[in-house]
Every structure is written in structure tokens, then in C-alpha cells.
Design a binder for this molecule. Structure first.
Ligand code: ADP
Ligand code: MG
Length: 691
């Protein structure tokens, strides 16, 4: 997070320019520029006792010094103390150093001892010429994040000067109530900042290094608290807006439930109850419906849509891809047309590549309210789309949309002065810590578990060299009446190359399996063509469907029970999990074969291992978060949400819980402190302060 407070004349112009590259704009930022790590110069090791693979400090007299050319130019010195000798090598050095490090000079060295060709050695140590009995540092030395032209040492001096000047009294007052600090055993803010920059001599190096020292805890806590406060305020702001009250009428919803060939699972019922209650409230719902791939979110969303419609308000359902939007349109039409026909209600369909005439009819139906439900891609939130009275917007696979696109859909209700309720759905499960931090402004419903009768998907990792075995297996299965997906490799650099690969794969497979009916679907087909292919796959006319990753989200063909993914090593974890979720949707035992090509990078290997070992989306997401960090994991949502600089969601879950509780308490009992804290961490420009 970026911090903010007043004064900007805290360093010379040039230095300030460099500091700004580190995100430091004022003295407060400077004080919050905390050490990356610490060096221990408080202690001297006898050369012979210095442990290896650990930064240590030693001292001795140079007994030999020579510039050598083996294998490259380097300055090699030998240093001796009463316990033994060690070689020192400098790979980049100045002429002045050759002179300075002459025989007989006493030097103090900080570095790692390693076994070398001629015995123990230190490469490139920090080296200082000292007199006899020169005092040791009395505290750990902080090492700061640096930028070109600004060394850690310079930054350390700047910070020390600022801390010593006494100005911190203005910048670092304690904001949080005493009681609260006592309860959570958190040290004072100012003391913590001081401590981290100038740890006391007896400070535990390991606690500081691991960032578990109470002073670190305080800083991380404050950062998380600022995030929680801003999210809570966001949440409150929403609850202060008005929305249409859409109570449960049990008319259309009940009819749908009766007509379904299945009964809702416990998880679906619970989520549906939460959504139904929200729709009846006077402020806009903003709920995230999470459920693993195949958990049955669509039917829950459809019930929400019907609750809006039975209250005579329109609903919109937006999906990120044409294929998925089309599939929703077909599925919901199948479920809802029998209900709507007697009432004279229609469903509108909007997509990017629609014929102009048809589009105009759809737009007119949406505008005059004869279409009570509009389904489509992002075409739904374009300017020309005007709803008569939009009560609910459902956004499927919400992580595929940016914040702005979702906002645009929300604005569609602006005409009537009330914001529509919003239901967002995601099959990319968000680990608890993430949903508590970055999604804290949303309410969350979780469908846990899958509908009954699903056989788990068996995952196999197969090296590309054993491709023949795989084709043999597919042939057998298709002869037995099964259906399979063959997913082409992802080629991120070029869409046209991706298309070429898909076409080639299709050709090759047609030669391999002349007796099978093989279809091909990719992003360049027109929506009609895509639909035609998907439909004949669904009808069982196509046995093997070659596809690009366009089928990644949402596609639902229960009879398909086999999947081959080529170059699985190129794909991300959530992508693999989503793709694999296309099979295992029926009662048939399903298999997902991940073909990979060697050599595998360490991360690719780890990803494949995780996807092989886990089927639970939440577990996979947790690993994904660990591998990629929250920034990448969150993708589009990242924009506009303050990222964390100090706290680590994986490791600081306990602090996050505390910050959440405290945020509520502060807002309730100490609103001035809450405002002050937000201003400290997010700056005056924070939109949250204007609530
Ligand atoms: P997702 O949560 O991934 O969007 P879908 O909504 O596409 O999942 O549902 C997956 C499949 O499960 C669909 O074919 C759907 O009709 C079916 N389904 C949904 N709920 C149930 C249920 N309670 N029992 C049996 N099948 C269900
Ligand atoms: Mg879905």
C-alpha cells in the first residue's frame, strides 16, 4: 500500500527523484521504507569457526594480495587471524582497492564462507579497513530495497536523519486506542518504526528476518487494518444506496424447481436462500456465488432471475465468452420458455456478432420490457442497451471481467435511480484469506460439494513421447460410445499461431481416426458455427471435439467423459482445473490426460504435480495463490484495490482475522481513528474517505 502525509522537502531534488522510483514521496513514506533484511555486524567469528552458507563477519590481516587471471581477472587476498586463514576474491574491483588491500592491512569482512579450490573462501564480501580494536556495531544493520544510484547505505542515512530530526512526532502519532493494542499485544506504532530501522542490540535476528517480531506484526497489522477499513466502508456505502425490493413470491421459482429433473443440493439450497433474502432487501445485493466447477451455479442464478421477474423487474445474465453465453441462452430457454410463454414474456439474446436487424429487435424488447431476461456477452453493457427496469444483473465467471465492465452494467439501472442487485459467480475459488481481504466488500455464498452421482475424474500425466498410447485409448473409448475433448496447446504469443495449431491438430487427428466423427471449435468461428459444432457434440453426432481453450469456462456436455490436454505444462493451474471440469459431469467415470513435453521448468513441474494430486478447486486455488502471489491471482480485480506491501496473506492469516475484527470496532466506536488511519495509509485522495 502506498502511504501519504504532508511534507515533501525531505531530500535534495536528485535524491527525491530517485526516491520516487521507490514509491517514496514524503517523509512518512521514507519512514515506512522498511528493511528487506538485516546484517549482523555485532559479532566477529574466528576464521576457522565461521559457519558456512550463512552471512558472517570476520576480521584479520591481509597476508597476501594479488591480481589473478584465472579464469577471469580478479583480486585475490589471503586474510589471517589467530585461528586460521581464508581466501577473499573480488571479481569487480577498482585500482584503488588493489592499493588499499595491501599486505599488512587489517580488514573486517562480511560475507558467506564457502569451500573453494584452495580452501575456505569468501567471494565479494563487504570489506572495510579497520584499526585494531575498532568497536563492533551495537545493533543489526538494516539493508534496504534500493534503486539505481541510491545505495542501501544512503537510504539508511536519510532515514536515520529523518528519525533523529524529531519530525516523526508529527508523522507517527499513535492512532489506535490503547485498549485495543493491549488486547492484541501490539507495540506502539512509532516505536515499531524506530525499532525496525534501528533494532536494539539484543533484538532477535531471526524474528526480524522472518518478520514475526512484534514490531513487524504491528506494521503488517496496520496495513491490513487499512485494507479492511476501506473495504468495510465500501460495503457500508453500498448498503446506504437504495435498490428495488424484490421479495420471494414463490411463483415462477417454485414452478421451475418442480420442473427440474433433479433436486437442489444442500449447498445450492443454502446459497439460494441467501440470495433470495438479499433480493428482498432495500439496498443493492453484491454477492459472490462461489462454487467449484460443476457445482451447479447456473440453476441458482436462474432462480434469482425468476425472483426478480416475479416482482416484475428485468434481469440480465452476462457471460465472458460467446460459447458460454449461447449455452446459457439455450439452457435457460429450455427451462424458462414453458413458464414464460403463457405470460407473453420473452428472453433477449445479445452478442457481438449479431445481425443488425435481429439486434434491433432485441434492443427494442429490452427497452420496452417485453423481454424480461437478457442474456449475452459484454455486448450487454454497451451504451445502446437500455433496460426498462433492470432489477438484477448476474455476472458469470466474474473474474473474467474487469472492474469497469461490472460497473458499467451496474449503471444500467441508473435511469431508475436505483442500482440493480448484482450476483457474481466464479468457479475460480478464492482462498479464504483472499476473499477476506480483497473481496471483503462483497458478501459471499459458497456451494460446497458437487451434485450427487458424479464419478471423480481420474487425472493422468503422460509424456508427449507416449502419445500413441493415448490415441489408442481414445479410439477404444469412442468405439464404446464415449465422447472426448482434445484440447490444443495454448499459444499465448500469437492467436493466429494458435489457430494454425488447432487446424493442424484437427487434420492430424482426422488421419489418425478416419473412422470417427471429429469436430473442431475455436475462437475464430462465428457464433453460429460455434453453436452448431457444440450442439452436434452435445447430440452425440461428434465423437471427438478438437478445441482451443475456448471451451475453458462453463461448457457443459455431460456425456463427454474423456479429455486430452496437449502441452499441459504451458497452462496455469486454474485453467487446467477449469478445463478438466468439462468432464466428470455425468455418471460415467471420466479421465483427463495431461500430455506434457519435456524439459519441464520447476514451476511447470510443480503445477502438474498439484493438478495431478488435487481435484478440489479450493485446494488448487490455495496452491495457485502461493505460486503466483495475489497480484497475478486476482487479475482484473487488482485494479483499484490497494495491494499489500508488508503483510503476506498466506502467513499472516491470524493478523488478518484480528484486523477484520478491529476494523468493525473502530468504525463503530472510534470513527475518527478509522479516518485518521485510512488517511495515513491510503492518502487524502482515498475515495473511501468521501463516504
Ligand atoms: P457450474 O457451477 O460449473 O456453472 P453448472 O451450473 O453448469 O455448473 O452445472 C453443472 C451440471 O450439473 C449441469 O448439467 C446442471 O444442470 C447439473 N446440475 C445442477 N444442479 C444439479 C443437482 N442438484 N443435481 C444434479 N445435477 C445438477
Ligand atoms: Mg458455470
Amino acid at each position: 500500500m502506498k502511504c501519504n502525509t504532508g511534507d515533501s522537502s525531505f531530500a535534495s531534488g536528485i535524491v527525491q527523484e530517485k526516491l520516487s522510483r521507490l514509491g517514496i514521496a514524503n517523509e512518512f513514506d521514507l519512514m515506512l521504507h522498511l528493511p528487506l533484511r538485516y546484517e549482523d555486524e555485532t559479532h566477529l567469528y574466528p576464521i576457522n569457526d565461521a559457519p558456512e552458507k550463512k552471512t558472517v563477519q570476520i576480521e584479520g590481516i591481509i597476508i597476501h594480495s594479488e591480481v589473478m587471471y584465472r579464469p577471469r581477472r580478479q583480486l585475490v587476498c589471503q586474510v589471517e587471524d589467530s585461528s586460521g586463514r581464508i581466501f577473499i576474491r573480488f571479481l569487480n574491483f577498482y585500482g584503488s582497492q588493489v592499493k588499499a588491500y595491501s599486505v599488512g592491512t587489517r580488514v573486517r569482512l562480511l560475507g558467506e564462507v564457502r569451500p573453494g579450490f584452495f580452501g575456505a573462501e569468501m567471494i565479494h564480501p563487504k570489506c572495510r579497513i579497520v584499526g585494531e580494536c575498532e568497536p563492533l556495531a551495537d545493533a543489526l544493520t538494516p539493508v534496504y530495497p534500493t534503486t539505481a544510484g541510491l545505495s542501501s547505505e544512503t537510504i539508511r542515512k536519510l532515514i536515520r536523519r529523518t528519525l533523529d530530526s524529531g519530525k516523526h512526532l508529527v508523522h507517527l502519532p499513535e492512532i489506535l486506542p490503547d485498549m485495543l493494542l493491549k488486547h492484541y499485544r501490539l507495540p506502539n506504532f512509532r516505536d515499531s518504526i524506530f525499532f525496525l530501522h534501528q533494532p536494539l542490540p539484543d533484538a532477535s535476528a531471526s524474528l526480524l528476518q522472518e518478520r514475526t517480531h512484534p514490531a513487524w506484526q504491528r506494521i503488517k497489522f496496520d496495513e491490513l487494518l487499512a485494507q479492511q477499513l476501506s473495504m468495510r466502508l465500501h460495503y457500508r456505502q453500498r448498503r446506504s444506496r437504495s435498490a428495488f425490493i424484490l421479495p420471494k413470491k414463490n411463483k415462477l421459482t417454485k414452478t421451475l424447481l418442480k420442473s427440474l429433473p433433479f433436486r437442489l443440493t444442500g449447498g445450492q439450497k443454502k446459497a439460494w436462500a441467501e440470495i433470495s433474502r438479499d433480493l428482498a432487501a432495500a439496498h443493492p445485493m453484491q454477492r459472490l456465488l462461489q462454487g467449484d466447477v460443476g457445482s451447479g451455479k447456473t440453476v441458482v442464478a436462474t432462480l434469482a432471475v425468476l425472483q426478480a421477474i416475479e416482482n416484475n423487474y428485468q434481469a440480465a445474465l452476462m457471460a465472458p465468452t460467446e460459447i458460454l453465453a449461447e449455452q446459457h441462452y439455450r439452457k435457460l430457454s429450455g427451462w424458462l420458455d414453458p413458464l414464460f410463454e403463457p405470460l407473453g414474456i420473452t428472453i433477449a439474446w445479445l452478442s457481438g456478432n449479431q445481425k443488425k436487424k435481429q439486434r434491433e429487435i432485441m434492443l427494442a424488447n429490452i427497452a420496452d420490457g417485453s423481454a424480461m431476461l437478457a442474456i449475452g456477452t459484454h455486448a450487454l453493457f454497451q451504451e445502446q442497451v437500455e433496460f426498462d427496469r433492470l432489477g438484477l444483473a448476474v455476472i458469470d465467471e466474474q473474474h473474467r471481467f474487469g472492474v469497469h465492465q461490472r460497473l458499467a452494467l451496474r449503471m444500467k439501472g441508473a435511469k431508475t435511480g436505483s442500482a440493480p442487485h448484482q450476483l457474481m459467480m466464479s468457479a475460480t475459488p478464492i482462498p479464504r484469506t483472499l476473499s477476506m481481504s480483497y473481496y471483503a466488500d462483497l458478501d459471499v455464498s459458497i456451494i460446497d460439494g458437487l451434485p450427487p452421482g458424479r464419478a471423480p475424474v481420474l487425472t493422468k500425466l503422460v509424456a508427449d513421447t507416449r502419445r500413441d498410447e493415448v490415441t489408442g485409448r481414445i479410439r477404444e473409448a469412442c468405439h464404446d460410445g464415449k465422447q472426448a475433448y482434445w484440447v490444443c496447446p495454448l499459444i499465448e504469443e500469437s492467436e493466429s499461431l494458435q489457430l494454425k495449431t488447432a487446424l493442424e491438430t484437427h487434420d492430424t487427428l482426422r488421419l489418425t481416426f478416419p473412422e470417427l466423427k471429429i469436430g473442431l471449435v475455436h475462437g475464430r468461428l462465428s457464433p453460429q458455427e460455434k453453436f452448431a459444432v457444440m450442439e452436434s457434440f452435445k447430440q452425440g453426432e461428434i465423437q471427438l471435439l478438437v478445441s482451443t481453450t475456448v471451451i475453458e469456462v462453463g461448457v457443459d456436455v455431460p456425456n463427454a467423459s474423456l479429455m486430452v490436454i496437449e502441452h499441459a505444462e504451458r497452462m496455469g493451474l486454474s485453467q487446467l482445473h477449469q478445463l478438466r471440469g468439462r468432464v466428470g459431469r455425468g455418471a460415467e467415470a471420466s479421465i483427463c490426460i495431461l500430455l506434457y513435453q519435456k524439459p519441464l521448468s520447476a514451476t511447470a513441474q510443480e503445477r502438474l504435480k498439484i493438478i495431478f494430486e488435487h481435484t478440489d478447486g479450493f485446494e488448487i486455488a490455495r496452491h495457485d495463490l502461493r505460486l503466483r502471489g495475489p497480484g497475478e491471482f486476482l487479475g482484473a480485480r487488482q485494479s483499484g484495490v490497494p495491494m499489500l506491501r508488508f503483510a503476506d496473506l498466506e502467513r499472516d492469516g491470524g493478523l488478518l482475522d484480528a484486523a477484520r475484527t478491529v476494523a468493525e470496532e473502530l468504525l463503530r466506536d472510534h470513527p475518527e481513528a478509522a479516518t485518521h488511519h485510512l488517511r495515513r495509509w491510503l492518502g487524502d485522495g482515498s475515495e473511501y474517505l468521501r463516504v
